[in-house]
Design a protein around this ligand. Sequence first.
Ligand SMILES: [Cu+2]
Length: 165
Amino acid sequence: MKITRLGIVCMVAASLIAVGSSAYSQDKKAAGSAHGIVRSGDLKWMPIIKGCELAPVGGDPAAEGTPFVVRFRCTAGTVIPAHWHPTDENLTVLQGTFQVGMGDKYDATKLDTMNPGNFATMPKEMHHYASCMTACVVQVHGAGPFKVNWINPADVIPPDAKPAK
Ligand SMILES: [Cu+2]
């Protein structure tokens, strides 16, 4: 009698597992064929301004109206001169101490500090600037196209510029 009950329990358990796994495989199919995991070590960094690099993470930042994710990483003390974007810039600090300010010219006295995990939205066309107190990594997401329009291009130091004497 005990064996029979155990047998029934096992059969029920086995059928539940079977139902569960078929539901899981259907979910997997509906969601696509892969997770699309991007390993941070696989990111392709390219220099954009002196001290800062950019890496595409997801989507196509150049495409119109579709989601994208990019990352910036900058060395300690880097200043990102005043600029604006044609679309909202959603910004999450991943590492380091990042500082942002609003206006047409970088002003170290008007910076707000953001720490890892902090998030901000820079509304489209708002003029803003930033700096990294320490080496920092910042993730930006939004809907493309992602463009940086410098207020004063002369403020932008090219990535390969020689250090100032
Ligand atoms: Cu910006």
